[in-house]
Design a protein around this ligand. Structure first.
Ligand code: AMP
Length: 200
C-alpha cells in the first residue's frame, strides 16, 4: 500500500499516518520529522533547513526529494509506505512519480484530509497555549499563518493534480479522530479491491 496523506498543517496527517502504520504494518514517512531530526543532528541538510522551517517556508524540492528517494529504497518500505507531508509541490509530485515508475511502482491513493482552516489555526494556537510554549518552533502565530499561505499557494494545487491522475479521495478531516481513521480505512479497502480507480 503506497499512500499519500494531503492536507494543511494541523489537519491530523501525522496522527492518522501513525494509526495507519499500526493498522497496515507499513512505515510513516514524514519529511517534517526527517528534517527536524536533521536539524537536531546539525547535519548539512539540517543547517540548510533550520531557518526555512522556523519561518514556515518550504525546504528546496531537490533536498526533500533526495531524502525521500533515499528512504523509500529501505527494505522496510518494500510493502509500501505512508507519505506524510510529501509531496508539497507539483514538482515534488512529479519527481515522486518518476521515482516510483523507475521501480515499476504506482500510488494506491492520495487521501486529502479536508478541514476548516480557521478551526485549525485555533487548534494549533490552543495546543501552543496549553503547553505554555510552542510545541514546535513553527507553531507560532506568524509561522502558522505563513505555513497556511504556503499550503494554499504551493501545496493545494496537488489536489487538482491528483484529481487528474485519478488517485484523489477526500475524507472529512473535521470528524473525531476515530471517525477520520475509519473513513480512511474504508477508502483503502476500496483502493485494494480496485474500486477506487474504477470509480474515477
Ligand atoms: P511538517 O512537519 O510536515 O509540518 O513539516 C514541517 C516543515 O518542514 C515545513 O513547514 C517545511 O518547512 C519543511 N518540510 C516538510 N516537508 C516538506 C516538503 N515535502 N517540502 C518542503 N519542505 C518540507
Amino acid at each position: 500500500m503506497r499512500l499519500i496523506l494531503l492536507g494543511p498543517p494541523g489537519a491530523g496527517k501525522g496522527t492518522q499516518a501513525k494509526r495507519l502504520m499500526d493498522e497496515h504494518g507499513i512505515p510513516q514517512l514524514s519529511t517534517g520529522d526527517m528534517l527536524r531530526a536533521a536539524v537536531k543532528a546539525e547535519t548539512e541538510i539540517g543547517l540548510t533547513a533550520k531557518d526555512i522551517m522556523a519561518r514556515g517556508d518550504l525546504v528546496p524540492d531537490d533536498v526533500v526529494v533526495a531524502i525521500v528517494e533515499d528512504r523509500i529504497g529501505n527494505p522496510d518500505c518494500s510493502n509500501g509506505f505512508i507519505l506524510d507531508g510529501f509531496p508539497r509541490t507539483v514538482a515534488q509530485a512529479e519527481s515522486l512519480e518518476t521515482m516510483l515508475r523507475a521501480h515499476g511502482l504506482d500510488l494506491d491513493a492520495v487521501v486529502q484530509l479536508e478541514v476548516d482552516e480557521e478551526a485549525l489555526a485555533q487548534r494549533i494556537q490552543r495546543r501552543a497555549a496549553e503547553s505554555g510554549e510552542a510545541v514546535r518552533e513553527d507553531d507560532t502565530v506568524e509561522a502558522l499563518h505563513n505555513r497556511l499561505m504556503v499550503y494554499r499557494e504551493q501545496t493545494a494545487p496537488l489536489i487538482e493534480h491528483y484529481k487528474d491522475t485519478g488517485h484523489l479521495v477526500t475524507v472529512d478531516g473535521m470528524q473525531p479522530i476515530d471517525g477520520v481513521t475509519a473513513s480512511i480505512l474504508a477508502v483503502l479497502q476500496k483502493a485494494k479491491s480496485g474500486q477506487l480507480h474504477a470509480a474515477g
